[in-house]
Design a protein around this ligand. Structure first.
Ligand code: CA
Length: 533
């Protein structure tokens, strides 16, 4: 990456990522007017907004436009040196086919181990480690959401003061459960997502279900025998050897419920037995290898791939070196770099699984006659990202340089995989977050350029701003400012280490994220690729 150190905020300033690139992005906060002369002698032929691309040389019609040494488009007409290269001047390249991809061709990157880093976590009977001690109330259907919402408020106000070691209570409310084609093959996605979220390590193995009674997603279908591990003597004592512990369900349509108040009383009574066990838990020192970190981006801009995502990528490598698990996701934002990913696969099986997930998603989009280009938003384009190819190349950087050790289909849970894992999800922020929670994520890293107050109730979200202007304006929402990289005030490595250390602090409960501080939580949105009825 070449950039000028920022002598003064007024000096015209651009960032070129790779020596072969023929475009660079303008860094100055309010953009630059026509006639601006850069120190290298380049003169703008028109005004260029912040984060948008300027042609460094004349680009003839039909010639490739290169950013990150990748072809992000072909010029639709002649573009002069110093011209603004925006999305209307670019023809997007076709998606790379899924045949003849390089399979595990890259030499495995042997990153040196990083030892001695620990955090204070809640170790669960199944061996997983949580970063928070939360009571979750699982719901089988949207119909019960209002009742559960009231119960959650009452539990928080009336019961939690008696259980000071429990951080909070979380209602897992969603729009699934009835009015859906539950026998459709793809219904497995929302069902296993909800099942696996219920088993997230931050919930300590305690599962309390609120059901309506008549819904399609019956409790035993959501959590069939064997889904919840028999985790302690209590379960065995209750039901005897070799028997399943009963699923703890409050069913609102049960005959013994007379009136709304009796439903709330039932939920609160059941909650107390779970709260007692959760309250007995204490944090203990755990190696950093027990962390499961999900990374994603949202509200991206042209700086995402220059500042925040490279810093997250550096941190991803640190985490993998420390033995931790890092989930990266967002199929439409990696689709244009699939050849990089299959080459980085640890083995042919992992590469095959990556191709399987891309093919599934291609077909899913094709059913509605759209493709991955449906991903980019008006905000992305205002932020300087011309198309999904440019967005994707800047997004994949979050995954660092490690070999890809495993692949999860949407809603699947980690099953012993460590290191860098691709968890296939849509790029939609809340759906990606929900699917990463299902995978077992206990801490979330989220990069944003346009800005979003995004948060999750079930896991802390550390937000990384791509620009100093956003970090300044949203000073009490952004946790890390990676914009300092663009202005030369910090290096990618420095911000990557800052994020790594912050992750350990937040995981240990010694520091809260801004979203936790303000209690900002987005809805739990399940991915349902199957029909509704
Ligand atoms: Ca996203």
């Amino acid at each position: 990456m070449s950039s000028h150190p920022l002598a003064s905020p007024e000096e015209p300033f651009y960032i070129k990522i790779h020596p072969q690139d023929n475009v660079a992005i303008v860094v100055n906060t309010h953009g630059l007017p026509a006639g601006t002369r850069f120190p290298c002698g380049l003169v703008l032929t028109e005004s260029v907004p912040q984060g948008h691309k300027v042609a460094l040389v004349a680009i003839a019609a039909g010639q490739p436009v290169l950013r990150y040494q990748a072809i992000i488009g072909y010029a639709l007409r002649d573009i002069p040196a110093g011209g603004w290269v925006h999305e209307r001047l670019l023809k997007m390249p076709d998606a790379r086919g899924l045949d003849d991809l390089p399979i595990a061709t890259r030499e495995p990157t042997m990153l040196p181990p990083l030892e001695g880093y620990t955090f204070e976590g809640y170790r669960n009977p199944d061996g997983s480690v949580g970063t928070r001690n939360l009571l979750a109330i699982t719901t089988t259907v949207q119909c019960v959401a209002g009742v559960v919402d009231v119960a959650v408020k009452r539990i928080r106000e009336e019961l939690l003061p008696k259980y000071p070691h429990v951080d909070d209570v979380v209602g897992l409310e969603h729009s699934y459960g009835c009015g859906v084609a539950i026998e459709a093959p793809d219904a497995i996605v929302p069902i296993r997502t909800l099942r696996n979220i219920s088993l997230n390590p931050n919930f300590g193995g305690e599962v309390l279900v609120v059901s309506l009674g008549c819904e399609k997603l019956q409790p035993q279908r959501l959590l069939p025998p064997g889904a919840i591990p028999i985790i302690d003597e209590r379960s065995v004592a209750d039901v005897g050897e070799n028997a399943e512990p009963p699923l703890d369900v409050v069913c609102l349509q049960d005959d013994h419920h007379v009136g709304f108040q009796s439903m709330i009383a039932s939920i609160m009574a059941r909650a107390e037995s779970h709260l007692e066990r959760l309250n007995a838990r204490r944090r203990e020192t755990c190696p950093a290898s027990e962390l499961v970190i999900g990374v994603q981006c949202g509200g991206s801009d042209a700086f995402s791939g220059v500042t925040a995502n490279p810093a997250v990528g550096f941190c991803t490598d640190l985490l993998v070196r420390a033995g931790a698990t890092v989930l990266f996701s967002e199929v439409t934002e990696v689709r244009d770099g699939i050849d990089q990913l299959t080459a980085r696969a640890a083995n042919a099986e992992v590469a095959g699984a990556l191709i399987r997930e891309m093919a599934w998603y291609d077909a899913y989009l094709d059913r509605s006659r759209v493709d991955r280009s449906a991903n980019t938003t008006p905000g992305n384009k205002q932020g300087g990202l011309s198309n999904i190819v440019e967005k994707a190349i800047g997004s994949i950087i979050k995954s660092g340089t490690a070999s890809i050790a495993g692949v999860l289909s949407p809603g699947e849970r980690l099953n012993g995989q460590k290191g860098l894992v691709f968890a296939a999800t849509p790029a939609s922020d809340f759906i990606c977050g929900a699917l990463q929670l299902a995978a077992g994520m206990t801490l979330h890293v989220f990069t944003t350029g346009r800005g979003t107050p995004y948060g999750l109730a079930a896991a802390p979200v550390i937000k990384v701003a791509t620009r100093s202007d956003l970090a300044r304006r949203w000073h009490d929402l952004m946790d890390i400012n990676a914009g300092r990289i663009a202005t030369g005030e910090a290096t990618i490595e420095e911000v990557g280490w800052e994020l790594f250390r912050r992750l350990l602090e937040v995981a240990s409960g010694r520091q809260k994220t801004w979203a936790e501080h303000w209690k900002l939580h987005n809805a739990l949105v399940l991915f349902n690729p199957a029909p509704v009825t």
